[in-house]
Design a protein around this ligand. Sequence first.
Ligand code: GLU
Length: 494
Amino acid sequence: MSEVRVRFPPSPTGYLHIGGARTAIYNWLYAKKHHGKLILRIEDTDADRSTQESIDGIIKGLEWLGIDWDEGPYFQTEFAADHIEKAERLLAEGHAYKCFCTKEELDAKREAAMAAKKQFGYDGTCRDLSAEKVAANEAAGTPHVVRFKVPRKDGVVAYDDKVLGRIERKYSEIEDFVIVRSNGKPLYLLCNVVDDIRDRISHIIRGQDHMTNTTRQILIYDALGSKIPVFAHMPLTLDLKKAKISKRSHGEIVAVHFYQEHGFLPWALVNFLVLLGWNPGDDREFFSKEELIEAFTLERINKSASIFNYRKDDPKFFTDPKAISINAHYLRTMPVEELSPLVKEELVAAGLWDKSYDNEKKEWFEKTLEMIRERFHTLKDFSAEGCAYFSDDFEIDEKALNKNLHKHPELKELLPQLADRFEALPELTATEAERIAREFAEEKELKVGIPINASRAVITGQIKGPSMFELFEHFGREKVVARLRNAPKYFENS
Ligand code: GLU
């Protein structure tokens, strides 16, 4: 079997979109699975819209996701001579022609077609101009585009899509499309094929939105005498209302950097995106890299659109809840040694990092992560909900404040008393803390949950969390005592 060579050819006109990332991931998986090569090609021929910022963003996004490529990045603009040469060859060999129709003429024909409720397609006015007429137009300096000469014949252009099966399109439905603009610049349809031929691409895995390009591009391959690659078209991603997800309607949640900024683990995003349009044929949801490479096949790419489930109204679900739950899964199950540097990065950025967590408090730090991650969804939670573990400067969650402190005004005095009892202990172990707390509650005729929940609020700032008895031990006597003694301040103005 010949070598598998796939490509990811983004146009650098914006940030890396999750749809683009998914395309890159599918190509990457396919290359890995077949010991092939992934080629990164930046399709920067649209000089007006391509930016260096976008190129950098795309590359950084792929790197962050862990999608490595084997060749490139190649830049399409570097191969301009090749595109022009192929356009000239198509002209010379009668597969293309110069079209001198003006914009005004074409607009008028388009309007007439619309008025007659007919679909507009180029009518071939310049298709068979005589050589003399072409020469005269050129001599007169009349601008022209180059159009591909679609064979006028019955029958269909067909290919076997790896996802969708046999796809056919009648020749008669394909108009003579433009391959070189009037400024002499070859267009996407041509450049993309010329580059794929030069890069010896064996499989083209891209979105279904390119299907109308595919049939036209197959004609170009034929005309250039090149072997047609295998095509696999992936489903589009739609929102709950069946609209295409886009920056304009959905904002930054479609950008890969959004996930990076919101505390996602790159692999969790890869895992989520893979499942958005592909299924393993069983109910597995989580995959290691090796498992995913092993399981991935083009045939299991879904035919119908994937739904990106996003509900603007619930801030907890700032993106598809499935993405969040996959992220939470990895966050909660990955080895702590791997999680630890990621949390460090988050805490450093939030100004909550203490050097001792690298040294004498390393064990305490890792134990903290073990204890608190059970409820967390993203890396951001460590600096937000987890703040009290790393800083004395934290806020108490509104709900905890109302429910566990303000509802019981007597705690204003009782919590400092509990602090005294803890302080008198030689050591604050979980067992001792529990014994003291129960004794204290009984004496004060309170349910034990009341001082315990209040302690949770003033010590961790949260309404829920790991076992409070264990937390007393984990925070240590000094901190526990100080925070309990500090409790009265939360009752002022309550
Ligand atoms: N530059 C094109 C895009 O970003 C490439 C499409 C393709 O052929 O895969 O849509």
